[in-house]
Design a protein around this ligand. Structure first.
Ligand SMILES: *Cc1c(COP(=O)(O)O)cnc(C)c1O
Length: 372
């Protein structure tokens, strides 16, 4: 038996849009073009228009979008990149892939996003890029970040894998900094039925470089200008994303309605609720609550048939992959506490308000004294 309120039911999007999706799959199969064809071109046009960026380049996945962006920005071995200490490990891995050094900066306790006030102290003469993440769907505080980048001659790469449709001061995320990396992993607000990613930018040279990098460094077949990769968004995924893009704003509004229901109904529970800055419009990728008795709360919700997940259980610096950094327990205490205490409760466009009410009741029935 599954949960009464599953954390996420990925198949529900297919069920909702089955006819449109089946028709598009047939169209791609019949076209005889499976890579770098018309579907991708159309998706790139539609997504650059959506984000307000001049260019969109479809790539294989979000990690490639990040690492190809760093390559295009000229980041090399020994360079330093400022990253959030509190993020999904992919943000860091992209930096490691190009041989650069991650310099983690602690988050703002309320938003969980990188704290601009802590960035300047982390800048050295080796710093090349600031890489903020728009975590859980809310834009990082880009104004001060862009100001610091300008002051110190740095570039800004944004990890927008969780922020499709999010706004910073009225502008959609996608062309705020130099270059923005997107993931269309199936669980994201805009998700493919497999791996896919994209880069958006206003910068002509960067766009050109990323187009080369994703396709063996080649513009004309068998003419290889640079040592590139193979990371091309497939036609089938582009066709799926074109359909889903039309529903993104509606789905994000549905997320917002349910998020507001949670914010209202969970007020007196002693649980720490998401904090949204007054200049931000969150894409509500996740609804993340925080509580010292997180594991007990998760058990309690599970027993009530409510699916939850933890984003994320282990901060990157404490993962085995980054043991070589030598940053042990206590190195990034704000992130460590966040990782111990956060819990994501169900939030998706296909959830009903009735289901959200069940989540609310289950949380309220968790002994309040145990929460704090
Ligand atoms: C999902 C995600 C990625 C990686 O995207 P993939 O498509 O899975 O490679 C990178 N950064 C963040 C913050 C993510 O949530």
């Amino acid at each position: 038996m599954g949960d009464t309120v599953p954390f996420l039911d990925l198949k529900s999007t297919y069920t909702e849009l089955k006819d449109e999706i089946d028709e598009a799959i047939q169209r791609v199969m019949d076209s005889g073009y499976y890579l770098l064809g018309q579907e991708l071109k159309s998706f790139e046009n539609e997504y650059s228009e959506y984000t307000g960026a001049k260019h969109c380049i479809g790539v294989g996945n979000g990690l490639d979008a990040l690492h190809l962006s760093l390559r295009a920005l000229g980041v090399k071995a020994g360079d330093e990149v400022i990253v959030p200490s509190n993020t999904y490990i992919a943000t860091w891995l992209a930096v490691s892939i190009v041989g650069a050094v991650v310099v983690p900066v602690e988050p703002d306790e309320r938003t969980y996003n990188i704290d601009p006030a802590r960035i300047e102290a982390a800048i050295t003469e080796r710093t090349r890029v600031i890489l903020p993440v728009h975590l859980y769907g809310q834009s990082a505080d880009m104004g001060p970040i862009l100001g610091l980048a300008e002051k110190h001659g740095l570039r800004v790469l944004e990890d927008a894998a969780q922020a499709h449709g999010a706004k910073y001061k009225g502008n959609r995320v996608g062309a705020l900094g130099d270059v923005t990396a997107w993931s269309f992993y199936p669980t994201k607000n805009l998700g493919a039925f497999g791996d896919a990613g994209a880069v958006t930018t206003d910068n002509d040279e960067l766009a050109d470089e990323i187009r080369l990098l994703r396709n063996y460094g080649s513009r004309v077949k068998y003419n290889n200008e640079i040592k590139g990769y193979n990371s091309r968004m497939e036609e089938i995924h582009a066709a799926m994303l074109r359909i889903k893009l039309k529903y993104l704003d509606t789905w994000n509004s549905q997320r917002e309605v349910l998020a507001n229901l949670y914010l209202e109904e969970l007020q007196e529970t002693g649980i720490v609720l998401p904090y949204i800055e007054e200049w931000a419009e969150s894409a509500w990728h996740l609804f993340v609550i925080r509580c010292k008795k997180r594991d007990a709360l998760q058990q309690h919700l599970k027993a009530s048939g409510i699916g939850t997940l933890i984003h994320y259980p282990i901060p990157p610096h404490l993962s085995d992959a980054y043991k070589d950094m030598g940053a042990g327990e206590g190195s990034f205490p704000i992130s460590e506490a966040i990782h111990r205490e956060v819990l994501s409760i169900p939030l998706s466009p296909h959830l009903t308000s009735g289901q959200c009410q069940m989540v609310v009741s289950a949380i309220r029935s968790f002994d309040a004294r145990r929460i704090t």
